[in-house]
Design a protein around this ligand. Structure first.
Ligand SMILES: *Cc1c(COP(=O)(O)O)cnc(C)c1O
Length: 390
């Protein structure tokens, strides 16, 4: 090949080269297969292909890289099929587009991930009514379900305030009235809580968090165990034209190789820091599902296989300025949204009204990263000391 004389023009030679590197190659990385156009051998295959959804036929149907990630998440969650979306929030939105129509009513816990909580304002223009409910309502949700309720969201533990929900009780009430249960299973990374085993119909997660694991990309997943529901999610994703970057999927696949180790590490480290905080005189409550201060702790013990690296604590009557000084005074803990990455993070919320109007502004949320846990405790201790002397 290399010796062959090529008389064609350079543009043609560059696009249709005669000389090619060998593809007889194996490595541990999942290659980043990029594609809009996917090639067929013969024209007849194009028509044939449309009937076989396993075939690759256009970038929006996925490439081996994006499908590899979907397969891995399906295996972790026990799902029939998984849709990969450009972010966790896009996965949440996909569930609304798929399972709500004009005139429907949906129930969303007051502790849902912020943008899922606000989405009601946006859904209104499509004639969908979103109502907020108490995350600890359990079987009492039956009283809120209407004939037009199509979807009940759960998120357990709740964002920031960590209430653990009784998903089996909520699912039983929902199914008795023909409503679907969608679970935002990001905290459990799809593995610490068996969404489908506990009655959820649809599971979403922000792959941005533990699966990706390095705070450097956005991805989400939406899945179902029931093949019919899974197909509906797939159809909506396609019709909305939502595809994902194979480069990001390849990074998430790399992240999955260390996923279990990271999750086990942050579980231990977060519990260690949470118990240490519980003994601090400044701290009133530690909202970590494995500790008894956390509402729904008993449900967590019954239903979860473990805990992850995010939790909150509430300090005794500090004014906001002192909370600010404490968070700003941390050195290893950085300030920023999201979690599940290698770097520990801290955030506080001046306008938070959960778990009560008094406690909300005194709550500090921590993401425990992969640093040495003694150094993290020392960092918290030095900031406690600084604000004590201020
Ligand atoms: C981060 C997060 C999301 C959103 O994920 P993005 O990828 O950041 O859009 C959704 N739900 C929960 C519970 C989250 O923590």
């Amino acid at each position: 090949m290399a010796q062959e004389r090529d008389e064609r023009g350079r543009p043609t030679r560059l696009i249709h080269p005669l000389r090619r590197a060998s593809h007889d190659f194996q490595s541990l990385a999942t290659p980043t297969y990029r594609a809009s156009t996917v090639l067929f051998d013969k024209l007849a295959d194009v028509g044939e292909d449309r009937r076989n959804e396993e075939q690759y036929r256009y970038g929006l149907h996925g490439t081996p890289t994006t499908r590899e990630l979907a397969a891995r998440i399906a295996e972790m969650e026990g799902a029939a099929k998984v849709q990969i979306l450009p972010s966790g929030l896009a996965a949440i939105a996909l569930v609304y587009w798929t399972f709500c129509k004009q005139g429907n009513h949906v129930l969303v816990p007051t502790t849902a991930y912020g943008p899922n909580g606000w989405i009601g304002r946006f859904l209104k223009k499509f004639g969908v009514e979103a109502e907020r409910y108490d995350p600890l309502i359990g079987a009492g949700i039956a009283d809120l379900i209407r004939d037009d309720t199509s979807l009940i969201w759960c998120e357990s533990p709740g964002s920031v305030t960590m209430e653990v929900q009784d998903i089996p009780a909520i699912a039983a009430a929902a199914h008795a009235r023909g409503a679907l249960v969608a679970l935002d299973n990001t905290y459990a990374a799809g593995v610490l809580f068996d969404a489908f085993g506990h009655g959820a119909d649809i599971a979403v997660q922000a792959l941005t968090k533990y699966p990706a694991g390095h705070a450097d990309l956005l991805l989400g997943s939406a899945s179902a165990r029931d093949p019919e529901l899974a197909d509906k999610l797939a159809s909506t994703r396609f019709h909305m034209g939502i595809g994902v970057s194979p480069a990001d999927c390849s990074l998430a696949l790399r992240g999955l190789m260390t996923f279990d180790l990271r999750l086990k590490h942050v579980e231990r480290a977060a519990l260690d820091v949470a118990r240490w905080l519980k003994d601090r005189p400044e701290v009133a409550k530690v909202l970590h599902p494995a500790l008894t201060d956390c509402p729904g702790h008993q449900v967590w013990k019954r239903d979860f296989a473990g805990s992850s690296g995010i939790f909150s604590f509430i300090v005794h009557d500090w004014p906001w300025a002192k909370i600010e000084a404490f968070v700003d005074g941390l050195e290893l803990f950085k300030i920023g949204y999201s979690w599940g990455g290698p770097v520990s993070l801290a955030l506080a919320y001046p306008d938070l009204r959960r778990p009560s109007a008094q406690e909300g502004p005194r709550l500090i949320r921590l993401n425990i990263g992969l640093e040495d846990v003694d150094d993290l405790k020392a960092d918290l201790a030095q900031s406690f000391a600084k604000v004590a002397h201020a």
